[in-house]
Write a protein that binds this ligand. Structure first.
Ligand SMILES: Nc1ncnc2c1ncn2[C@@H]1O[C@H](COP(=O)(O)OP(=O)(O)O)[C@@H](O)[C@H]1O
Ligand SMILES: [Mg+2]
Length: 398
């Protein structure tokens, strides 16, 4: 892609790293590159007995809290905790307005965050204030084709679109992919579920999802409304999951046209699949009208595992009525529950309690008695999608 950024903004991640490293070198810091494969930081600075891990990010948009939390997670884990006394985070496009206040409120004593601008670093924390400058990258939105779009879509309300969108994002984040969640539902439920203060609807709604295994860095989820999506530079996360409005016409046609994949949650109940799976068929048809390329997947949500016989009958019924359409449109599939499904679970049912008791937003992945249905099911779904799509091959830095 040609470089269309303003001159003073480094052209690439590597160029930014080089410029920042040179800057510190000329300031009497010793710059040490990480052993072999870079992990969690770009280089180390040494000076007067201090050892500082520096992360340099050429994000196209403003950096959010989750992206810093990801760095903090690295600093507090394994070898990094022994090795580094501090972590410095430097980005080329500034920070979301709440980042500096958040860092101050958390009293992060081993962290410094700054913006690289015109060959200098402007420290936003601890010595600066909130960096409210507009992101320079706003002029240079990444090309639409650099993202993988997944729409979670169906014309029925209350079948789990928002729940599925959020936790699928969580599963991708657990496997190391940063995700943008685009909240297309005018109710803005998703945004509220990810805000630190549900009343501050314009605040940064981002979440860091720590890794499950020690060889991963974890990843971020950032929730954006449509206006933010249009006005921002375009997030750096390559996977964009859209939580759609159940009113089909309320979803902007140009966004529906971008979907590479569509997930259509459905409940396996007689009413849920009433009228011969009509709702699913209507949704397939609607999307196809505006989007010829999207691969669509109908997914069972709220599955009750101990009702084998009933489930079998309902699945048979559903498959029979989807058969004709699925034959005519080879890009559509019904995901059979033995391949992937989302089971009914109390933690999904009560997900969002943090809004009521004002706790920190989190996904419903916590284990009870050593197990979590949602964790297992959404990881299984992510694996199914990675197997049946190109998702996962597109999240590499370009
Ligand atoms: N697998 C599940 N198990 C238990 N409750 C669920 C499950 N999926 C969704 N729910 C609950 O169903 C309700 C509707 O889900 P929601 O995601 O808001 O649907 P939609 O976005 O389609 O309107 C919510 O109360 C949610 O907690
Ligand atoms: Mg919803």
């Amino acid at each position: 892609m040609p470089n269309t950024r303003p001159d003073q903004v480094p052209a690439s991640q590597e160029e930014l790293e080089r410029q920042v490293a040179r800057h510190f070198q000329s300031d009497a810091y010793e710059v040490i590159l990480p052993p072999n494969e870079k992990k969690g930081y770009e280089f180390e600075l040494r000076n007067k007995g201090r050892s500082i891990a520096v992360q340099v990010k050429n994000y196209a948009g403003k950096c959010n809290i989750a992206q810093i939390e990801k760095f903090l997670h690295f600093l507090s884990s394994g070898d990094a905790r022994q090795r580094f006394s501090e972590g410095w985070f430097i980005t080329a496009n500034g920070y979301a307005s709440t980042v500096a206040q958040w860092a101050a409120a958390e009293d992060l004593t081993n962290l410094r965050i700054g913006t690289w601008e015109n060959g200098k670093i402007h420290w936003a924390y601890p010595d600066g204030g909130a960096d409210t400058r507009s992101a320079k990258g706003a002029k240079v939105r990444r090309g639409y084709d650099e993202y993988t779009y997944i729409g979670v879509f169906t014309s029925k309300g209350g079948v789990g679109k928002t729940t599925v969108a959020a936790h699928l994002a969580g599963a991708f984040a657990l496997t190391g992919h940063d995700v943008t969640l685009l909240d297309l539902d005018p109710d803005r439920n998703l945004k509220k579920l990810f805000l630190r203060d549900p009343e501050m609807i314009n605040d940064d709604a981002s979440m860091f999802v720590p890794p499950i295994t020690s060889d991963s860095e974890g990843a971020t989820i950032s929730v954006l409304g449509l206006e933010e999506w249009y006005s921002q530079a375009g997030p750096d996360a390559r996977i964009v999951i859209c939580d759609c409005s159940p009113v089909l016409s309320e979803n902007p046609i140009n966004i529906v046209g971008l979907f590479d994949y569509c997930l259509i949650p459905t409940l396996l109940t007689p009413l849920g699949i009433a009228k011969n799976g009509d709702v699913i068929l209507r949704t397939f048809h609607h999307i196809r009208r505006y989007n010829q390329k999207a691969r669509m997947f109908a997914l069972i949500n709220g599955y009750i595992s101990d009702q084998e016989e009933r489930n079998r009958l309902l699945i048979e019924h559903l498959e029979k009525h989807l058969k004709k359409y699925l034959r005519s449109d080879r890009k559509c599939r019904f995901i059979r529950p033995d391949e992937a499904k989302i089971r009914h679970s109390t933690s999904l049912l009560y997900w969002g309690e943090h809004i009521i008791n004002r706790a920190k937003p989190q996904l419903a992945f916590q284990k009870t008695a050593g197990r979590s249905y949602p964790l297992a099911d959404f990881l299984q779904l992510a694996a199914y999608l990675e197997e049946h799509t190109d998702i996962g091959n597109t999240d590499i830095d370009r």
